[in-house]
Design a protein around this ligand. Structure first.
Ligand SMILES: Cc1ncc(COP(=O)(O)O)c(C=O)c1O
Length: 311
């Protein structure tokens, strides 16, 4: 879904900057062996990470869900690590626009098997890419989604944790590619909308902006939270609930949202046209508002700041 992004020339690993093309991790790392880890991806404009506190809080929640113990200094270490990485890769200047990934694996284990060793030492990695604009087609014609054969279970204790075990998501994205689509949408076992492979979904109908509730097996997206706040100020009624594919197919417009890709229009579901078949005006307004916030989080267009001012 995202455009072609250029990887930075360095990675930050456990406090040190290394060349991106060097060999870095142990073959015994459980992140590599088992997908036993957690991660976050965020955007950094002009060297300023967007909503870093929210991402670090979610990283802690994901790690706690898997009993991965994080260092007390993780927040300070990662904050410094991001700054160092963006600086060394020249992504921190006024025009700098980067996507940043923070990955924490449980660490290495010399033994085999699923249970972790007694005192594993986590591996913390930060990577950065220069953000490329989305392919023109994504903004002009919108994304075409297919419904994945993979279901998301609201009862699973892993739902809502951003773990590095991503086989389901890779599988779904491959399904979309095979079907000629741009991304795949997950449903719950009883057919309710959940989310896309790396984004939350919204639909506009009448004066309402609707999105699957947190109970619908979704990741609690930081952008989703921001969009819900923005909607109220922009004149749309935000609604979180249980939605089905007919709601999406019958919507006036629809969009996906995530930290790195921002807001992207959705115009087809399994070949059926949504709304006019072109990106809708609310979608484009949401995209512009979110990009303005990323450029200038303290600006008056931040819905949280505006709410605080008028309180
Ligand atoms: C499965 C999934 N849902 C939703 C999101 C959107 O979350 P955020 O807005 O915090 O980037 C992501 C982000 O990568 C994701 O992987």
């Amino acid at each position: 879904m995202s455009g072609t992004e250029l990887a930075g020339r360095h990675v930050w690993i456990d406090g040190a900057l290394e060349p991106a093309d060097a060999r870095h991790l142990s073959a015994f790392d459980r992140g590599f062996q088992l997908g036993d880890g957690v991660f976050e991806t965020l955007r950094a404009r002009a060297g300023r990470p967007t909503e870093l506190a929210e991402h670090l809080a979610r990283l802690r929640r994901s790690a706690a869900g898997l009993d991965i113990e994080l260092s007390g200094s993780l927040e300070a270490d990662v904050t410094q690590g991001i700054a160092a990485l963006l600086a060394v890769d020249g992504l921190e200047g006024p025009a700098g626009d980067a996507s940043v990934r923070i990955t924490v694996s449980r660490g290495t284990s010399a033994g085999r098997g699923l249970l972790p060793p007694d005192r594993p030492i986590t591996t913390v990695v930060i990577q950065a890419w220069a953000v490329a604009p989305p392919p023109a087609g994504h903004l002009q014609r919108g994304l075409h989604l297919i419904v994945s054969a993979v279901r998301r279970d609201p009862e699973s204790p892993l739902v809502g944790l951003k773990t590095t075990s991503r086989a389901d998501y890779v599988y779904a994205r491959l399904e979309a590619r095979r079907a000629g689509g741009d991304d795949a949408l997950f449903l719950t076992p009883d057919g309710h909308l959940s989310e896309a492979t790396s984004a939350n979904i919204f639909l506009v109908r009448g004066g309402e902006l609707a999105t699957p509730a947190l109970e619908c097996a979704i990741l609690a997206g930081t952008t989703r939270t921001w969009i819900l706040r923005w909607a109220a100020g922009a004149g749309l009624r935000p609604v979180e609930g249980w939605l089905v594919t007919a709601d999406l197919a019958g919507a006036d417009e629809a969009f996906l949202c995530s930290s790195v890709a921002g807001v992207l229009p959705v115009t087809r579901l399994d070949g059926r046209v949504i709304g006019t078949g072109f990106p809708g005006r609310w979608t484009l307004r949401a995209r512009e508002a979110r990009e303005a916030f990323i450029r200038d989080p303290a600006g008056s267009r931040d819905p949280a700041a505006r709410g605080a001012e008028s309180a």
